[in-house]
Design a protein around this ligand. Structure first.
Ligand code: SF4
Length: 379
């Protein structure tokens, strides 16, 4: 038993996890409410070690936002614009392909593409975009659209949601993104994202995608007006769907960013809150393999520490990010591969370049790391 839990009031939960037992929602709330962060982290570290061992991953990817025009006005969002706004934008398929071509030269394996709920782009824009990117490089993995965007496209195209997903898949879609989950509980959802599709609708898109053979990630936007019990309720719904489909490849908690929006919450989650949220998620979501410390919202330093609190992934190089930065994120626009390898090695883990589905592409054992001197440089 780890030192941190020997005399902790959470010792019974450590023993439960060590015995391979599932914790309850009441247990998860106890963990969230505990001030004994080191003990919570020790339990999460045990769960992480058992599930994925000593490896920690990152991905070479590029973000592209095709447009920030959106018919909704979620209260927490700093990204969306209306057609009358001077800083609204919309990229043509050719512009997106050009960005993708440039990023391929950097060695990316994934494009991560999302946008607002555009009022008028035809469904063919989205399918033609996927086909054009697929034609650019058949190996490039296309992780595109939130469940909320899928529902919007279905509505615009007057197609059923399953039919919409099937057509996107046929056009080249590899994975859905996890965005749009926010917090599932209805009262919170309407306080931060009025008019947005419900939790049931979000979950049903992922359920349908998984039944079509697809895989996806999922998220939780934390640190605004929700209670700790709301977070547990959110995790409960994700664990139930994962029991049903086993289609989620990873969980990405998203730290709320406070600037340029209409919510009266003026601070981002603290480091304490971020570490406990990742840790409790790792312990409670015992049917998920991978937990991402999203450096864009956390900063690389805290993301690195999160590797000792249940996380086993640092996300990606990204190159160009709008959504978090328009909301006040102070992190850089990109990370180099060497910086991520270094952060992972320093935390005592084996760095792994992964693909969209968290499958290993390259394992940076000692021998391989010698090929990347930057990754060995002192901090
Ligand atoms: S969060 Fe998404 S759906 Fe909501 S306003 Fe922003 S872009 Fe639109």
């Amino acid at each position: 038993m780890q030192f941190f839990v020997q005399r902790s009031s959470l010792r019974d939960l450590y023993e439960k996890v060590a015995a391979g037992e599932r914790i309850s929602e009441a247990d998860a709330l106890r963990l969230f409410e505990s001030k004994d962060l080191n003990a919570v982290g020790a339990i999460a570290d045990l769960a992480r070690q058992r599930r994925v061992g000593d490896r920690a991953s990152y991905i070479l990817n590029r973000y592209i936002n095709y447009s920030n025009y959106c018919i909704l006005s979620c209260q927490f969002c700093a990204f969306a614009r209306k057609k009358r706004d001077a800083d609204g934008f919309q990229l043509s398929i050719e512009q997106i392909v050009e960005k993708a071509r440039e990023a391929l030269n950097l060695g990316i394996t994934e494009l991560h593409i999302v946008g607002g709920l555009h009022p008028s782009l035809p469904f063919s824009y989205y399918t033609d975009l996927l086909k054009a990117l697929r034609a650019l490089d058949a190996r490039l993995q296309l992780k595109c659209f939130t469940a909320i965007e899928v529902l919007h496209l279905a509505w615009l195209a007057r197609k059923s949601m399953p039919e919409t997903l099937q057509e996107l898949k046929s056009a080249g879609l590899d994975s859905l993104t996890g965005g749009g989950a926010e917090i599932f509980r209805k009262e919170v959802r309407s306080a931060i994202a009025v008019g947005k599709e419900s939790a049931e609708e979000y979950l049903d898109v992922h359920r349908t995608w998984h039944r079509l053979g697809g895989r996806s990630t999922t998220t939780m936007l934390y640190g605004h007006v929700e209670s700790l019990a709301d977070r547990v309720d959110h995790l409960r719904q994700l664990r139930e769907l994962q029991d049903e489909t086993h289609g989620f490849v990873g969980f990405v908690p998203l730290a709320y960013q406070p600037d340029n929006n209409r919510l009266e919450v003026t601070h981002a989650p603290t480091g304490f809150d971020t570490l406990r949220t990742l840790a409790v998620s790792r312990i409670y979501l015992d049917n998920f393999d991978h937990f991402t410390a999203y450096w864009v919202g956390l900063g690389m330093k805290l993301a690195q520490v999160a590797l000792s609190y249940g996380a086993d992934d640092l996300h990606g190089t990204i190159v160009e990010e709008h959504i978090f930065h328009m909301a006040g994120a102070q992190s850089p626009q990109l990370q180099t591969e060497a910086a991520m390898i270094k952060a992972i090695r320093e935390a005592g883990r084996v760095p792994v370049q992964r693909n969209t589905f968290y499958e290993p592409i390259k394992v940076w054992d000692q021998e391989a790391t010698a090929d990347c001197p930057e990754a060995l440089a002192p901090a």
